[in-house]
Design a protein around this ligand. Structure first.
Ligand SMILES: C[S@@+](CC[C@H](N)C(=O)[O-])C[C@H]1O[C@@H](n2cnc3c(N)ncnc32)[C@H](O)[C@@H]1O
Length: 237
């Protein structure tokens, strides 16, 4: 049976108030966009089924569900979920304009009118509290030093009862592959502002990962490991 197509309805919280926060950025993700997109598409595990099972054990989100993906990169998960659930409204945000453009092109090629992408710093979403039903972040904490700040932002923008799903790699050698590849390609280009991601991705022990979430008053926190990844599913009270 064909799913109903719904017109693009950007989550209003984002379209009204989440302007791009100027963020001086000389990131590897900006310079070697295709390298990361290639790794995402062909090397990394596709967790779409795990995300769906964890967030919607009944099989699908309620109509009108709003989801924000933080650090969406080339839009892999936003588009996968947008394709599967056309009734869900999805926004992916990333601080790299080129990753955002890649994600937009992907959504356009797939004719996903329920997905939009914006260049926004995940640490300063500047939308009102309680704006989204779901927050998704995959492989973001591994490269973002301000982990506590982004988790506080996840909590803030979730509606009461809303949930965040976080996926992070467990092994630095695997997690560092895209960083090393991007460094090899653009490492000799001088950074304009002195900022570059490190060669090596940050990975967390199980306890450290679980402790990252304790600073917010979540109603429920569940963390678990599965092969090369670990996950957190947290619910706001
Ligand atoms: C390792 S990639 C993960 C991309 C995607 N979520 C995935 O699963 O493949 C991390 C992404 O986070 C973005 N990023 C890093 N810091 C950010 C910030 N403060 N705000 C928004 N995006 C950020 C980077 O530009 C990059 O696209």
């Amino acid at each position: 049976m064909q799913q109903e197509q719904v017109p693009l309805h950007e989550p209003t919280a984002i379209s009204n108030t989440c302007a791009y926060q100027p963020y001086k950025n000389d990131s590897l993700f900006e310079h070697a966009t295709w390298v990361y997109a290639f790794c995402r598409e062909h090397l990394f595990r596709d967790d779409t089924k795990r995300i769906i099972t964890a967030l919607w054990p009944e099989g699908r989100p309620a109509p009108g569900t709003t989801l924000i993906e933080l650090g969406c990169g080339p839009g892999f998960y936003s588009c996968r979920l947008g394709e599967r659930f056309r009734e869900m409204s999805i926004i992916g945000v990333d601080r790299s304009g080129k990753q955002v453009q890649w994600a937009k092109d992907r959504a356009e090629a797939l004719q996903l009118s329920n997905c939009c992408f914006k260049r926004i710093n995940a640490l300063k979403l500047s939308c009102p509290e309680a704006a989204f039903d779901v927050v998704l972040a995959s492989r973001l904490l591994t490269i973002l030093p301000e982990q506590a700040g982004v988790i506080a932002e996840m909590y803030r923008v979730l509606k009461p009862g809303g949930r965040c799903f976080v996926a992070e790699p467990r092994y630095a050698c695997w997690a560092s592959i895209p960083l090393l590849a991007m460094w090899l390609l653009v490492g000799l280009v001088p950074s304009e502002n002195g900022f570059r991601e490190p060669y090596k991705a940050t990975v967390f022990s199980g306890d450290t990962f679980a402790n990252l979430f304790l600073a917010q008053p979540w109603k429920k926190i569940r963390t678990w490991k599965d092969g090369r990844y670990q996950y957190a599913l947290c619910q706001k009270g």
